[in-house]
Design a protein around this ligand. Structure first.
Ligand code: RIB
Length: 331
Protein backbone atom coordinates (compact mmCIF):
# COMPACT_ATOMS: atom_id res chain seq x y z
CA UNK A 1 0.00 0.00 0.00
CA UNK A 2 1.72 3.22 -1.14
CA UNK A 3 1.52 6.57 0.60
CA UNK A 4 -1.37 8.73 -0.69
CA UNK A 5 -0.02 11.42 -3.03
CA UNK A 6 -1.34 14.70 -4.46
CA UNK A 7 -1.63 12.88 -7.83
CA UNK A 8 -4.10 10.41 -6.29
CA UNK A 9 -6.22 13.29 -4.99
CA UNK A 10 -6.01 15.08 -8.38
CA UNK A 11 -7.18 11.96 -10.25
CA UNK A 12 -10.21 11.50 -7.97
CA UNK A 13 -11.06 15.23 -7.98
CA UNK A 14 -10.59 15.46 -11.74
CA UNK A 15 -8.19 18.41 -11.47
CA UNK A 16 -4.44 18.90 -12.06
CA UNK A 17 -1.83 18.07 -9.42
CA UNK A 18 -0.87 21.76 -9.43
CA UNK A 19 -4.44 22.69 -8.41
CA UNK A 20 -4.32 20.18 -5.54
CA UNK A 21 -0.92 21.55 -4.44
CA UNK A 22 -2.21 25.15 -4.39
CA UNK A 23 -5.27 24.15 -2.37
CA UNK A 24 -3.30 22.06 0.17
CA UNK A 25 -0.68 24.82 0.53
CA UNK A 26 -3.32 27.55 1.00
CA UNK A 27 -2.24 29.29 -2.20
CA UNK A 28 -5.49 28.68 -4.12
CA UNK A 29 -6.52 32.24 -4.87
CA UNK A 30 -8.14 31.64 -8.28
CA UNK A 31 -9.88 28.32 -7.51
CA UNK A 32 -13.61 28.12 -6.75
CA UNK A 33 -14.68 27.36 -3.17
CA UNK A 34 -16.55 24.32 -4.44
CA UNK A 35 -13.38 22.81 -5.97
CA UNK A 36 -11.33 23.67 -2.86
CA UNK A 37 -13.86 21.98 -0.55
CA UNK A 38 -13.97 18.89 -2.80
CA UNK A 39 -10.18 18.57 -2.82
CA UNK A 40 -9.90 19.05 0.97
CA UNK A 41 -12.67 16.48 1.53
CA UNK A 42 -10.92 13.87 -0.65
CA UNK A 43 -7.57 14.54 1.06
CA UNK A 44 -9.23 14.00 4.46
CA UNK A 45 -11.01 10.81 3.36
CA UNK A 46 -7.73 9.39 1.98
CA UNK A 47 -5.85 10.45 5.17
CA UNK A 48 -3.38 12.33 3.01
CA UNK A 49 -0.20 13.35 4.92
CA UNK A 50 1.88 16.09 3.29
CA UNK A 51 5.41 15.03 2.41
CA UNK A 52 7.45 16.83 5.08
CA UNK A 53 10.74 16.49 3.24
CA UNK A 54 9.25 17.89 0.02
CA UNK A 55 7.75 20.77 2.00
CA UNK A 56 11.10 21.41 3.72
CA UNK A 57 12.84 21.47 0.35
CA UNK A 58 10.38 24.04 -0.96
CA UNK A 59 10.23 26.20 2.19
CA UNK A 60 13.81 25.41 3.33
CA UNK A 61 12.34 24.82 6.81
CA UNK A 62 11.25 21.57 8.44
CA UNK A 63 10.05 23.05 11.76
CA UNK A 64 12.00 20.17 13.28
CA UNK A 65 15.02 20.12 15.61
CA UNK A 66 17.24 17.23 16.65
CA UNK A 67 18.15 16.41 20.27
CA UNK A 68 21.27 14.31 20.85
CA UNK A 69 22.01 12.91 24.33
CA UNK A 70 24.58 10.38 25.60
CA UNK A 71 22.41 8.07 27.75
CA UNK A 72 18.59 8.02 27.76
CA UNK A 73 18.57 5.67 30.79
CA UNK A 74 20.07 8.46 32.93
CA UNK A 75 17.06 10.55 34.10
CA UNK A 76 19.12 13.74 33.85
CA UNK A 77 19.04 13.42 30.06
CA UNK A 78 15.39 12.36 29.81
CA UNK A 79 14.38 15.26 32.06
CA UNK A 80 16.35 17.80 30.03
CA UNK A 81 14.98 16.30 26.80
CA UNK A 82 11.46 16.70 28.21
CA UNK A 83 12.10 20.42 28.79
CA UNK A 84 13.43 20.81 25.25
CA UNK A 85 10.45 18.99 23.75
CA UNK A 86 7.92 21.02 25.78
CA UNK A 87 9.55 24.26 24.64
CA UNK A 88 9.84 23.12 21.02
CA UNK A 89 6.16 22.22 20.90
CA UNK A 90 5.17 25.59 22.38
CA UNK A 91 7.17 27.19 19.54
CA UNK A 92 5.52 24.84 17.00
CA UNK A 93 8.61 22.73 16.38
CA UNK A 94 8.83 18.95 16.33
CA UNK A 95 11.79 17.03 17.72
CA UNK A 96 13.80 13.98 16.62
CA UNK A 97 15.44 12.32 19.63
CA UNK A 98 18.83 10.54 19.36
CA UNK A 99 20.60 8.45 22.04
CA UNK A 100 24.35 7.94 21.41
CA UNK A 101 25.55 5.76 24.34
CA UNK A 102 28.39 8.29 24.64
CA UNK A 103 29.81 6.81 21.44
CA UNK A 104 31.32 9.35 19.04
CA UNK A 105 30.67 7.06 16.03
CA UNK A 106 26.96 7.02 16.92
CA UNK A 107 27.07 10.79 17.45
CA UNK A 108 28.42 11.23 13.93
CA UNK A 109 25.86 8.80 12.49
CA UNK A 110 22.97 10.68 14.11
CA UNK A 111 24.33 14.10 13.11
CA UNK A 112 24.39 12.94 9.46
CA UNK A 113 20.90 11.44 9.81
CA UNK A 114 19.49 14.69 11.24
CA UNK A 115 21.09 16.69 8.41
CA UNK A 116 19.56 14.28 5.87
CA UNK A 117 16.19 14.79 7.54
CA UNK A 118 16.62 18.53 6.95
CA UNK A 119 16.34 19.50 10.63
CA UNK A 120 16.46 23.24 11.21
CA UNK A 121 18.86 22.91 14.16
CA UNK A 122 20.36 20.55 16.77
CA UNK A 123 20.65 20.57 20.57
CA UNK A 124 23.74 18.54 21.41
CA UNK A 125 24.88 16.96 24.65
CA UNK A 126 28.09 15.17 23.81
CA UNK A 127 29.11 11.85 25.33
CA UNK A 128 32.84 11.92 24.78
CA UNK A 129 33.82 15.51 24.22
CA UNK A 130 34.67 14.82 20.58
CA UNK A 131 34.18 17.98 18.50
CA UNK A 132 34.29 16.19 15.10
CA UNK A 133 30.49 16.08 15.05
CA UNK A 134 30.41 19.85 15.52
CA UNK A 135 32.62 20.26 12.44
CA UNK A 136 30.02 18.36 10.39
CA UNK A 137 27.22 20.63 11.68
CA UNK A 138 29.33 23.74 10.99
CA UNK A 139 30.23 22.61 7.45
CA UNK A 140 26.53 22.06 6.73
CA UNK A 141 25.53 25.41 8.29
CA UNK A 142 23.21 23.67 10.73
CA UNK A 143 22.61 25.87 13.81
CA UNK A 144 23.32 24.07 17.09
CA UNK A 145 23.39 24.75 20.81
CA UNK A 146 25.55 22.79 23.25
CA UNK A 147 23.95 21.94 26.59
CA UNK A 148 25.46 20.83 29.90
CA UNK A 149 28.73 19.55 28.44
CA UNK A 150 30.94 22.28 27.03
CA UNK A 151 33.38 21.00 24.42
CA UNK A 152 34.30 24.26 22.76
CA UNK A 153 37.97 25.02 23.31
CA UNK A 154 38.92 28.21 21.50
CA UNK A 155 35.64 28.58 19.56
CA UNK A 156 32.90 30.12 21.66
CA UNK A 157 30.00 27.95 20.51
CA UNK A 158 26.54 28.83 21.79
CA UNK A 159 25.93 26.82 24.93
CA UNK A 160 23.85 26.51 28.11
CA UNK A 161 25.76 25.19 31.11
CA UNK A 162 25.69 24.76 34.88
CA UNK A 163 28.35 26.29 37.13
CA UNK A 164 29.74 22.88 38.04
CA UNK A 165 32.74 23.97 40.11
CA UNK A 166 30.59 26.33 42.21
CA UNK A 167 28.08 23.55 42.90
CA UNK A 168 30.71 21.10 44.11
CA UNK A 169 32.38 23.77 46.26
CA UNK A 170 29.07 24.43 48.02
CA UNK A 171 28.53 20.72 48.67
CA UNK A 172 32.03 20.09 50.05
CA UNK A 173 31.86 23.18 52.30
CA UNK A 174 28.53 21.92 53.63
CA UNK A 175 30.06 18.52 54.52
CA UNK A 176 33.05 20.20 56.21
CA UNK A 177 30.72 22.45 58.23
CA UNK A 178 29.03 19.25 59.40
CA UNK A 179 32.32 17.95 60.75
CA UNK A 180 33.18 15.54 57.89
CA UNK A 181 36.88 15.41 57.04
CA UNK A 182 37.42 12.14 55.20
CA UNK A 183 35.39 12.97 52.09
CA UNK A 184 35.79 10.78 48.99
CA UNK A 185 34.89 12.24 45.59
CA UNK A 186 33.52 10.20 42.69
CA UNK A 187 34.03 11.97 39.36
CA UNK A 188 32.41 11.29 36.01
CA UNK A 189 34.44 10.12 33.02
CA UNK A 190 37.65 12.12 33.35
CA UNK A 191 37.71 12.84 29.59
CA UNK A 192 34.82 15.27 30.08
CA UNK A 193 35.26 18.94 30.88
CA UNK A 194 32.41 18.81 33.41
CA UNK A 195 34.27 16.09 35.30
CA UNK A 196 37.39 18.26 35.42
CA UNK A 197 35.31 21.22 36.66
CA UNK A 198 33.69 19.17 39.41
CA UNK A 199 36.98 17.62 40.53
CA UNK A 200 38.49 21.13 40.67
CA UNK A 201 35.68 22.32 42.95
CA UNK A 202 36.35 19.41 45.33
CA UNK A 203 40.15 19.73 45.19
CA UNK A 204 40.21 23.51 45.77
CA UNK A 205 38.01 23.39 48.88
CA UNK A 206 39.85 20.39 50.38
CA UNK A 207 43.19 22.13 49.77
CA UNK A 208 41.90 25.33 51.39
CA UNK A 209 41.21 23.20 54.49
CA UNK A 210 44.50 21.25 54.25
CA UNK A 211 42.51 18.03 53.85
CA UNK A 212 43.28 17.24 50.21
CA UNK A 213 44.28 13.62 49.46
CA UNK A 214 44.39 12.76 45.74
CA UNK A 215 43.75 9.08 46.64
CA UNK A 216 40.23 10.04 47.68
CA UNK A 217 39.28 10.97 44.10
CA UNK A 218 37.78 7.98 42.28
CA UNK A 219 36.78 7.97 38.60
CA UNK A 220 33.16 6.91 38.02
CA UNK A 221 31.21 6.55 34.80
CA UNK A 222 27.94 8.35 35.55
CA UNK A 223 25.98 5.06 35.71
CA UNK A 224 24.10 3.45 38.62
CA UNK A 225 26.09 0.21 38.29
CA UNK A 226 29.30 2.24 38.19
CA UNK A 227 28.22 3.94 41.42
CA UNK A 228 27.88 0.58 43.17
CA UNK A 229 31.23 -0.66 41.87
CA UNK A 230 33.22 2.47 42.75
CA UNK A 231 31.72 2.56 46.26
CA UNK A 232 33.07 -0.97 46.91
CA UNK A 233 36.49 0.32 45.79
CA UNK A 234 36.22 3.30 48.18
CA UNK A 235 35.26 1.15 51.18
CA UNK A 236 38.02 -1.35 50.39
CA UNK A 237 40.46 1.57 50.26
CA UNK A 238 39.32 3.13 53.55
CA UNK A 239 36.56 1.74 55.79
CA UNK A 240 36.52 4.96 57.81
CA UNK A 241 35.35 7.20 55.02
CA UNK A 242 32.94 9.75 56.55
CA UNK A 243 31.27 11.06 53.36
CA UNK A 244 31.11 10.35 49.63
CA UNK A 245 30.37 13.11 47.11
CA UNK A 246 29.17 11.61 43.79
CA UNK A 247 29.33 13.65 40.55
CA UNK A 248 25.77 12.65 39.70
CA UNK A 249 22.68 11.32 41.44
CA UNK A 250 22.44 7.88 39.85
CA UNK A 251 25.99 6.98 40.93
CA UNK A 252 25.00 8.12 44.45
CA UNK A 253 21.92 5.85 44.30
CA UNK A 254 24.13 2.93 43.25
CA UNK A 255 26.51 3.72 46.09
CA UNK A 256 23.66 3.86 48.62
CA UNK A 257 22.46 0.44 47.45
CA UNK A 258 25.92 -1.04 48.03
CA UNK A 259 26.40 0.59 51.47
CA UNK A 260 22.98 -0.42 52.80
CA UNK A 261 23.61 -4.01 51.62
CA UNK A 262 26.88 -3.96 53.59
CA UNK A 263 25.03 -2.80 56.72
CA UNK A 264 26.11 0.83 56.70
CA UNK A 265 23.68 3.41 58.08
CA UNK A 266 23.22 6.51 55.91
CA UNK A 267 23.84 9.22 57.12
CA UNK A 268 25.10 8.09 60.58
CA UNK A 269 27.99 5.96 59.26
CA UNK A 270 28.52 7.72 55.92
CA UNK A 271 27.02 10.93 54.49
CA UNK A 272 26.14 10.94 50.79
CA UNK A 273 25.80 13.87 48.35
CA UNK A 274 24.87 13.62 44.69
CA UNK A 275 24.71 16.11 41.78
CA UNK A 276 21.77 16.82 39.39
CA UNK A 277 18.61 16.56 41.56
CA UNK A 278 16.78 14.20 39.24
CA UNK A 279 13.17 13.57 40.33
CA UNK A 280 13.81 10.10 41.79
CA UNK A 281 16.36 11.50 44.28
CA UNK A 282 13.46 12.77 46.37
CA UNK A 283 11.82 9.31 46.46
CA UNK A 284 14.59 7.07 47.76
CA UNK A 285 14.96 6.40 51.49
CA UNK A 286 16.74 8.32 52.97
CA UNK A 287 16.12 11.04 50.41
CA UNK A 288 19.26 12.11 48.59
CA UNK A 289 21.04 15.35 49.48
CA UNK A 290 22.26 16.75 46.19
CA UNK A 291 23.47 19.73 44.19
CA UNK A 292 20.50 20.65 42.02
CA UNK A 293 21.13 21.57 38.42
CA UNK A 294 18.26 23.70 37.01
CA UNK A 295 17.60 20.88 34.51
CA UNK A 296 14.27 22.10 33.15
CA UNK A 297 15.39 25.73 32.84
CA UNK A 298 18.58 24.69 31.02
CA UNK A 299 16.64 22.61 28.48
CA UNK A 300 14.05 25.36 28.01
CA UNK A 301 16.71 28.05 27.48
CA UNK A 302 18.72 25.89 25.05
CA UNK A 303 15.63 25.31 22.91
CA UNK A 304 14.59 28.98 22.97
CA UNK A 305 18.10 30.09 21.97
CA UNK A 306 18.35 27.52 19.16
CA UNK A 307 15.01 28.61 17.67
CA UNK A 308 16.09 32.26 17.93
CA UNK A 309 19.20 31.35 15.93
CA UNK A 310 17.10 29.41 13.37
CA UNK A 311 14.94 32.51 12.95
CA UNK A 312 18.04 34.56 12.25
CA UNK A 313 18.29 36.37 15.58
CA UNK A 314 21.79 36.69 17.01
CA UNK A 315 22.16 34.75 20.21
CA UNK A 316 24.18 35.21 23.33
CA UNK A 317 27.02 32.77 23.47
CA UNK A 318 27.62 30.92 26.77
CA UNK A 319 24.80 31.01 29.32
CA UNK A 320 25.43 29.71 32.82
CA UNK A 321 22.91 28.54 35.42
CA UNK A 322 23.59 28.41 39.15
CA UNK A 323 23.31 25.05 40.92
CA UNK A 324 21.84 24.86 44.45
CA UNK A 325 22.48 22.61 47.46
CA UNK A 326 19.34 20.66 48.43
CA UNK A 327 19.77 19.17 51.93
CA UNK A 328 17.81 15.93 52.53
CA UNK A 329 18.21 12.74 54.54
CA UNK A 330 21.58 11.36 53.33
CA UNK A 331 23.60 14.02 55.16
O1 RIB B 1 23.98 12.44 35.28
C1 RIB B 1 24.70 12.70 34.11
C2 RIB B 1 25.69 13.78 34.33
O2 RIB B 1 26.24 14.07 33.10
C3 RIB B 1 25.01 15.02 34.87
O3 RIB B 1 25.66 15.50 36.02
C4 RIB B 1 25.06 16.00 33.74
O4 RIB B 1 25.80 17.15 34.06
C5 RIB B 1 25.65 15.23 32.58
O5 RIB B 1 26.67 15.92 31.95
Amino acid sequence: MNKVTMKDIANIAGVSKATVSMVLNNKAISISDNTKERILKIAKELNYIPNGVARSLSTNKSQTIGIIVPDIINPFFSEIARAIEDTANKLEYNVIFCNTDSNSKKEEKYIKLLISKLVDGVIFITGEGDIHSLDILNKNNIPFVLVDRDISNKENYCGVYCLNEEGVREGVEYLLQNGKKKIAFVSGNKSLKISFQRIKGYKDVMMEHNLYDENLIFEGDFTIEGGMKITEEIINYDKNIEAIFYSNDIMALGGMKFLVRKGYNIPNDISIIGFDNIKISNFVEPELTTIAQPIYEMGEKACQVLIEIINGNPSRKQMYFKPKLIVRGTT
